[in-house]
Ligand binder design. Structure first.
Ligand SMILES: Nc1ncnc2c1ncn2[C@@H]1O[C@H](COP(=O)(O)OP(=O)(O)OP(=O)(O)O)[C@@H](O)[C@H]1O
Ligand SMILES: [Mg+2]
Length: 619
């Protein structure tokens, strides 16, 4: 880059920029990459009332983007106007607070025409078909053309007129992915429109996405569209939400916490049908799940916010991907409380994917008995010091006859007990306990089949919810230690602990400084009843250090509580009596959010009798 000449504005007179330069500057903001051009063109087609939209691209949209629609089209007079900057048919009474269309700025088409070769063919009912072209800002005159009513807009050689921009484009593959994401996003907002996305490779075509139009844009239609676009697993694990407060309506589908994702790519937000990527909304969704999901996992969701157009300013960013709410706090709290409540109700469910996946594994024959025999044989050979190459992929599996693999069903007390519970509790959602397996999994039977419960995960959630309730009701029960536990920490750790001393005491954990490098723990939450206080405090320290930049007190509380709960829970490896199992299951049924532990892992999975029978070829 040339150095900036600080005197330039003194030397030159002030001149109006010409139209082509203005359009190129605007294009820099509106058209970032091929996907943004695709988005602008599709939005124009939807605004024109189209019911079917075909999108064809080549080379990741770099050499060709063509959008064909069956909307109301443009007349011969409209065509040159559409290419003029700040010319639009969409803004009513010049009122930027009353926007009911995707477009309103009147700058997408002139911007595209400034940076690529644009050709529009359009037929407005009763006016015939015409075409117009613009290359790098130079506009042709209109001429008659042939096509049925609707519009085709073709953009070739994007950024050929702005080579600097061209250099910043990514590989064809990643540009194509961004285009596909843009089409998916738009298709989810308007299920009443059908979409087909085609990648043109030489003479061949590849359909990347095809969704038929639904009868309307209702929430049911949206669910069908979501299933088509995001897959069956999404819809199977989604819970529908519909809440309204202060004239703001929130509908959509949010997933069970156990259907957590590795990134936030499966989060779709729409404000009055417009897809937005808004930090505030993403943050609110995160906060809604903070109790159920570890910080490095993300919920999947499609959220539609509808409100009067004057409640929201969409004119914040040229790409219109951000919005500003008049009362952003109430939108945030609507999302957080709405979703939290919903998960509390549905929290008993855990992801359907898990049991399906488990069944899949069984079907794949992981329990191949012949292999296990082969493995034992290999082990025998190794024991005799023969030089054997271990061919088996199961070398980490402990031999089947080792102590820990013994099912502990035999240890369940008297013979009659399991059947006693069976009669009484088989109708309950989590059924009647039958056995404990590997000293962590409770196996129970309900009317549908069997349920396998992770006792540690389940108990962790129960303790956590109990603690939260006690704190909320200001009734935390504490246990005074007869002999205070003295623990050593570094000076900086002691400083952190003392900083949070009052808050920790609200949680029932009373500490005091004891010399320079130690603290004395005097009280602990009664619910804990655990041995290793030192480990708990150092875990809490980790949590607090992590939270140094934490946004809210609420999050700090939850993170620390979650740690306490984890320590106060039945560890895996503890054998439970059948009564203990039964009371754990019954308590789970009465505890909110008990489908997942505090880290979002499922607390239980169920295998339906039907599936088991299919597994054994009985059905
Ligand atoms: N596919 C189409 N069918 C019918 N009319 C169209 C189509 N595409 C564009 N137009 C007309 O051309 C005008 C200009 O389109 P352009 O995208 O530049 O601006 P806009 O949509 O009004 O606003 P924005 O810049 O915010 O998108 C539109 O207002 C509309 O009247
Ligand atoms: Mg537009």
């Amino acid at each position: 880059m040339n150095n900036i000449d600080h005197k330039i504005s003194q030397i030159n007179e002030i001149k109006q920029l010409d139209e082509t330069v203005i359009n190129k500057i605007a294009a820099g903001e509106v058209v970032e990459r091929p996907a943004s051009a695709v988005k602008e063109l599709i939005e124009n087609s939807i605004d024109a009332g189209s019911t079917d939209i075909l999108i064809e691209v080549a080379d990741g949209g770099k050499t060709l983007i063509r959008v064909t629609d069956d909307g109301h089209g443009m007349s011969e007079i409209d065509l040159p106007m559409a290419l003029r900057r700040h010319a639009t048919s969409k803004l009513k009474n010049n009122n930027l607070l009353d926007i009911n269309s995707f477009g309103f700025r009147g700058e997408a088409l002139p911007s595209l025409g400034a940076v690529g070769r644009l050709r529009i063919v359009s037929h407005k009912e009763g006016h015939g078909a015409y075409e117009i072209a613009v290359n790098g800002g130079d506009c042709s005159s209109t001429k008659p053309a042939a096509r049925v009513p609707g519009t085709t807009i073709e953009l070739r050689d994007l950024f050929y007129a702005t080579p600097a921009r061209l250099k910043f484009l990514r590989s064809n593959k990643s540009e194509l992915k961004a285009i596909t994401d843009a089409v998916k996003g738009l298709s989810i907002s308007t299920p009443s429109v059908g979409f087909t996305l085609i990648d043109k490779i030489a003479e061949k075509s590849r359909i990347l996405l095809q969704v038929r139009k639904e009868s309307d844009d209702s929430i049911k239609a949206k669910k069908n569209r979501l299933e088509r676009v995001l897959g069956k697993e999404f819809s199977k694990n989604a819970i529908s939400i519909d809440v309204t407060r202060d004239d703001i309506n929130l509908t959509g589908y949010v997933c069970l916490p156990t259907y957590a994702r590795a990134s936030n790519a499966m989060q779709y937000f729409y404000v009055n049908s417009r897809q937005v990527r808004d930090k505030q909304l993403i943050g609110a969704l995160r906060a809604a799940y903070s109790d159920f999901m570890p910080r490095d996992r993300f919920p999947a969701a499609a959220i539609y916010i509808n409100c009067k157009s004057e409640f929201v300013d969409v004119n914040v960013h040229p790409g219109k991907a951000e919005v500003r709410f008049r009362d952003s706090q109430s939108v945030r709290s609507l999302i957080i409380t709405g979703i939290k409540k919903l998960i509390a109700i549905e929290g008993q469910r855990s992801s359907s994917t898990l049991s399906t996946a488990a069944l899949g594994i069984m079907r794949n024959g992981t329990l191949d008995i012949t292999r296990t025999v082969e493995e034992k044989f290999d082990n025998n050979l190794q024991n005799r010091n023969y030089n054997v190459v271990n061919r088996s992929p199961y070398k980490n599996i402990e031999p089947a006859f080792k102590e820990t693999w013994k099912p502990s069903a035999r240890d369940l007390g008297t013979e009659n007990q399991p059947s006693k519970f069976k009669e009484e509790f088989q109708n309950f959602p989590l059924g009647a306990p039958l056995a404990q397996f590997n000293e962590n999994y409770i196996i129970s039977q309900n009317n549908d089949g069997i349920v396998i419960i992770d006792q540690h995960a389940a108990h962790e959630r129960l303790v956590y919810e109990k603690l939260k309730k006690q704190i909320k009701d200001n009734k935390i029960e504490v246990q005074v230690l007869l002999v205070p536990e003295i623990l050593e920490f570094s000076e900086s750790e002691i400083l952190i602990l003392l900083e949070y001393k009052d808050k920790l005491s609200d949680y029932g954990l009373k500490i005091n400084q004891f010399g320079i490098n130690s603290i004395a723990v005097q009280e602990i939450p009664a619910i804990l009843n655990f041995q290793n206080i030192g480990k708990l405090i150092s875990d809490i320290l980790d949590e607090l250090a992590d939270l140094e930049n934490s946004e809210s007190l609420e999050k700090e509380i939850d993170a620390v509580l979650s740690r306490i709960a984890c320590h106060g829970s039945i560890r895996s490896g503890r054998r439970l009596k059948i009564e203990e199992m039964n009371s754990l299951l019954r308590e789970m049924e009465n505890t909110p959010n008990s489908g997942q532990c505090n880290h979002g892992r499922p607390t239980h999975v169920s295998l339906k009798l039907n599936d088991l029978e299919r597994l054994f070829g009985r059905k």
